[in-house]
Design a protein around this ligand. Structure first.
Ligand SMILES: *[C@@H]1O[C@H](CO)[C@@H](O)[C@H](O)[C@H]1NC(C)=O
Ligand SMILES: *[C@@H]1O[C@H](CO)[C@@H](O)[C@H](O)[C@H]1NC(C)=O
Ligand SMILES: *[C@@H]1O[C@H](CO)[C@@H](O)[C@H](O)[C@H]1NC(C)=O
Ligand SMILES: *[C@@H]1O[C@H](CO)[C@@H](O)[C@H](O)[C@H]1NC(C)=O
Ligand SMILES: *[C@@H]1O[C@H](CO)[C@@H](O)[C@H](O)[C@H]1NC(C)=O
Ligand SMILES: *[C@@H]1O[C@H](CO)[C@@H](O)[C@H](O)[C@H]1NC(C)=O
Ligand SMILES: *[C@@H]1O[C@H](CO)[C@@H](O)[C@H](O)[C@H]1NC(C)=O
Ligand SMILES: *[C@@H]1O[C@H](CO)[C@@H](O)[C@H](O)[C@H]1NC(C)=O
Ligand SMILES: *[C@@H]1O[C@H](CO)[C@@H](O)[C@H](O)[C@H]1NC(C)=O
Length: 890
């Protein structure tokens, strides 16, 4: 059948119209024949499938082409007869363009075929970006092996890497990427690793493209105990899963109609694997009026909770698991059992079985990856290990770099770059300024020319700079002459030791950025700011023009809001004031989503936190405007308030009230010298955080979704009062039941609503999910994602511990059992319902507030009965929740 199809295509391939149809239906496919010799045409059409295979040469810089032993070649289709091998370097990576947020089928095939004549089958590791995917061991695989996953990339690039683990040389034969539908194959966490995919037919014909739009491969399977049903009628296959029509046209029923239909598999090597199962049913028998077919699903002897299945006539039904399932000792029995009223035995057309595979390690910050690749290209560097993710996994980090590692879910950042004695020539690369977290830069002993760029001094964290032993010229920029910077410049004979006269440069540094920010409106604003600043300081030495009379009509748009309010203008600070209030960014107190946060003081006494927007990120600018707009409209005792902001050319900053006592995570873990808080205070913090969110959801018009609820965004003052921070990702959304479809999925992994992550639909319930995760952390003090834990996501961990029924195993051991177990259970149940993967089943924040307050009451009454004298409980007992704290709708 496949052969004749290929022949057919061969005959008519000159017909342009067929050619176009063919090409269109493979839209978005990446189909690589690895190691295709350069002298062969690319792309070419593989006859048996009609797939357009291309050479992999433009997707990878390293490795060398090979061809399997000629005597074996006739066994395989053409793409498997060539391969790329990687004798050099530990990690070699393919760089592929994909669509962030969309499911993709990713399949790689490996065949050794004695291409090198050494008869030595290799073993090596396969990575997806920074995460291990599989170990490829070709020793017992004469016919090779494949790996296939269904995965949602977190960025628009995807790296598939082969990593040498011993002495043998990694090889790859084909690499295939297929974009899939958006609303299918959802998981609670992790991606799907194909275990098997089969359809039930005696034909033995495997199916893939063009029968399957997504080019999934289906093997035909049949058991001696079954009888085949088949139809020649057309079977409707349209749903989110779209299995091939040909896979639905046959089905298996048990030959003994009273027996169940049983699918069995075992996975002794990984007995703990979790499974997602997708079953495809269609009634393909002509039922008489007195016949019914109805059956239930049984998983390892347990009836699955669903209505009995009645397959639809010539129309697909797909039944899949919302939550993953495990099998005792890796032995899995999936059965279909007819119900009492059914006159016919159960039927199954096709099934897909996947295991969960976690890819928890975040890739390095995307902007920094772009920047470091840009630097690599600027200097024509070709370092053998500069492949794959620059920072992770840590043992494969690019040499010359050091990175910051907070936790698995935080993208690593590049903190140091050492390119000394690397034969660099030309100017100091401008892309360096996009490594905004850089602390140390060493470019010594190269042939760099040109001036020392101003931007080095503007990089807030860059304090150690070694430029010695180059051929740089000109003066040292003003920006580098600040306190704390260690700058080495010896061995650059053409550098002027000092810059121009202080008065002149001072004036220049104030005026140049302002004028450079172009646009008459901007100049008008800047002139006003300058005027106000200078007038306030009463500096008589500088002559200032009067402000233009038409000033108040200046129109600046912030998102969809009208011109800035008087309030907004009043709270605008000049950049020079920001420098002054932070004492030249002396004390960095944290790092937010898009820049560093410095401590500052305004009016000599009020403490503030100044959040500097890194100038590099354009997305950051939009968020900045949204945040100003939002914060000026939002006032609530549990939300961080905005003191002012700065919006001067490229210099953007937000000035918040300073919340002195760290964040909730520090108080759960005891890190950063913070005390670990007791259960009563934890509950109160949960209530206050919930009140803040409730206010955003129902107290604001239009309602707001916070979008980045997590323990590090719950700040605490000296009385442990909650101040929710970081509205950077918040966005207004339309009122009414409608959920909003957003194109960019933003938020923190682990806290991200799985439904939002997969569908892009955003609602208040996404915050409820994240809040549920926060509540689980409050209860357990477990990491949200821990790859070393059997159940890596906190919901999975709690779910599995819940089976034991022992709350003490779940609660944070640091609480030493000092809590009311009734309130603990209640909070735990509430947290799990908030973190329900289905948003419709999650409570509202108002409901959460009510529940949590009752937990507080239960805990308080216990404490009052057995009072304990610790310093923290005194602040807690005095707090009551009255209706006055609930925000009124505006
Ligand atoms: C591997 O490295 C050697 C020595 O540096 C070089 O001659 C050879 O071309 C490299 N091979 C590949 C496939 O990159
Ligand atoms: C490899 O493939 C050949 C022909 O396709 C087949 O005869 C042989 O049994 C296969 N070997 C294994 C170990 O699967
Ligand atoms: C067929 O059924 C018999 C009896 O139930 C069972 O022992 C045997 O394993 C089954 N065969 C297959 C291939 O499942
Ligand atoms: C069919 O299965 C039933 C129940 O398992 C059994 O009692 C019966 O003997 C079987 N019939 C045949 C023909 O094997
Ligand atoms: C259904 O009706 C047909 C005749 O129309 C009869 O032969 C058959 O036995 C009936 N089946 C059942 C399960 O009653
Ligand atoms: C089906 O039959 C079994 C055994 O004959 C009986 O226990 C059960 O109650 C019946 N179920 C229904 C829904 O009639
Ligand atoms: C990275 O850190 C290690 C250990 O602190 C240090 O030895 C090494 O020199 C650093 N590398 C760079 C490029 O700064
Ligand atoms: C700088 O370039 C000159 C010639 O262009 C070369 O002789 C010299 O070795 C280079 N120095 C370094 C440190 O690369
Ligand atoms: C820095 O990053 C931004 C945003 O990614 C980009 O537009 C800009 O060109 C980069 N600057 C340099 C000098 O590479």
């Amino acid at each position: 059948m496949e052969r004749s199809y290929g022949l057919l295509l061969l005959i008519i391939k000159t017909l342009a119209i067929i050619h176009i149809v063919q090409a269109q239906s493979q839209q978005g496919y990446i189909t690589l024949d690895c190691g295709l010799p350069a002298n062969e045409p690319s792309p070419y059409k593989e006859d048996s499938t009609g797939l357009q295979f291309s050479s992999d040469a433009t997707f990878i810089q390293s490795g060398k082409p090979g061809t399997i032993q000629p005597s074996l070649a006739s066994r395989y289709i053409k793409p498997y007869t060539t391969l790329r091998s990687f004798p050099n370097g530990t990690r070699n990576c393919y760089n592929l363009r994909v669509e962030k947020g969309r499911n993709h089928l990713i399949r790689a095939r490996f065949l050794y075929g004695n291409y090198d004549g050494l008869d030595n089958n290799p073993t090596f590791d396969l990575y997806l970006g920074p995460n291990p995917w599989a170990t490829i061991d070709l020793h017992k695989r004469v016919n090779g092996t494949k790996q296939e996953i269904v995965h949602i990339p977190t960025s628009n690039t995807l790296q598939v890497c082969l990593v040498k683990t011993g002495t043998t040389t990694p090889v790859i034969s084909t690499l295939e990427i297929r974009p899939m539908g958006k609303d299918s194959y959802s998981t609670q966490s992790g991606s799907l690793n194909l275990h098997f995919r089969e359809y039930y037919s005696e034909s033995k014909t495997p199916l893939r493209y063009p029968n399957d739009d997504y080019d999934r491969q289906w093997t035909a399977f049949f058991s001696e105990n079954w009888t085949q049903l088949s139809t020649t009628s057309d079977v409707g296959n349209t749903n989110e899963y779209n299995p091939p029509k040909a896979a639905l046209a046959t089905a298996a029923i048990p030959t003994n109609a009273s027996e169940p239909l049983t699918i069995y598999w075992s996975n002794p090597e990984k007995p703990d694997d979790q499974y997602y199962v997708y079953r495809h049913f269609a009634e393909i028998q002509n039922l008489r009026s007195n016949e019914t077919r109805e059956f239930n699903m049984v998983w390892n002897g347990e009836l699955l909770p669903s209505d009995p299945i009645i397959p639809r006539e010539l129309e697909i039904i797909t039944i899949y698991s919302v939550a993953p399932k495990t099998c005792p000792e890796g032995e899995c029995y999936f059965q279909l059992k007819r119900t009492n009223r059914s006159t016919l035995p159960p039927l199954l057309n096709a099934i897909e079985v996947y295991t969960v595979i976690e890819f928890p390690q975040s890739e390095t910050n995307e902007n920094e990856v772009v920047a470091i690749k840009n630097i690599e290209a600027t200097y024509g560097l070709s370092r053998i290990n500069w492949q794959g993710d620059p920072c992770v996994p840590q043992d494969l980090r690019w040499d010359a770099l050091n990175c910051s590692h907070v936790d698995l879910s935080t993208p690593p950042r590049i903190t140091s770059l050492n390119l000394s004695s690397s034969g660099l020539s030309g100017h100091i690369a401008a892309a360096i300024q996009n490594l905004t977290q850089l602390e140390k830069l060493d470019l010594s002993n190269n042939n760099l020319t040109g001036e020392v760029p101003e931007f080095l001094g503007n990089m807030k964290l860059l304090l150690v700079i070694n430029l010695s032993g180059n051929d740089l010229s000109g003066s040292i920029p003003q920006s580098l002459q600040r306190k704390g910077i260690k700058l080495a410049l010896e061995g650059n004979p053409r550098i002027f030791p000092t810059s121009g006269s202080p008065g002149k440069t001072h004036k220049k540094s104030l005026l140049v950025p302002i004028v450079a920010s172009v646009g008459s409106v901007a100049i008008l604003i800047a002139a006003l700011v300058l005027y106000l600043v200078l007038r306030k300081k009463k500096q008589p030495t500088v002559k200032v023009v009067d402000p233009p009379p038409s000033m108040p009509t200046v129109n600046v748009t912030y998102g969809h809001s009208p011109e800035p309010s008087i309030e907004m203008k009043k709270r605008r600070f000049a950049y020079s004031e920001v420098i002054q209030m932070t004492n030249n960014f002396e004390r960095v107190v944290g790092e937010g989503g898009f820049g560093v946060v410095c401590h500052g003081t305004v009016n000599g006494s009020q403490q503030v936190a100044v959040k500097l927007l890194s100038q590099s990120s354009t997305q950051g600018y939009k968020e900045f405007k949204a945040e100003v707009d939002l914060l000026l409209r939002v006032h609530h005792t549990n939300l961080v308030s905005l003191v002012g902001y700065c919006d001067e050319g490229e210099n953007l900053a937000l000035i918040y009230e300073f919340v002195p006592n760290g964040d909730l995570r520090q108080h759960l873990t005891g890190k950063g010298g913070k005390s670990v808080i007791n259960w009563g205070i934890r509950l109160r913090i949960a209530v206050e955080a919930a009140l803040g969110l409730e206010y955003l959801h129902i107290g604001c018009t239009p309602p707001m979704v916070h979008r980045d609820v997590k323990t590090t965004n719950i700040l605490l003052d000296e009385h442990y009062k909650v101040k929710l921070a970081d509205f950077g990702l918040s966005r207004s959304f339309p009122i009414g039941g409608e959920t909003h479809v957003s194109t960019v999925v933003a938020g923190t992994p682990g806290y991200l609503d799985p439904e939002y992550y997969h569908t892009g639909r955003l609602g208040e319930k996404s915050d409820v999910y994240s809040f549920g995760i926060v509540l689980l952390e409050i209860i357990t003090n477990q990491p949200v994602i821990d790859r070393n834990r059997r159940n890596s996501h906190i919901t999975q961990w709690v779910g599995s511990e819940l089976n034991g029924g022992d709350i003490a195993k779940i609660m944070d051991p640091n609480l030493h059992g000092d809590y009311d177990s009734h309130s603990a259970w209640r909070a735990l149940e509430l947290a799990m319902s908030c973190a329900d993967p289905t948003s419709a089943r999650r409570p509202t924040m108002s409901h959460v507030v009510i529940e949590l307050k009752e937990c507080v009451v239960a805990e308080n009454s216990r404490r009052n009965m057995s009072p304990r004298m610790d310093s923290l409980s005194s602040t807690e007992v005095s707090t009551t929740f009255d209706s006055g704290m609930i925000p009124t709708a505006r």
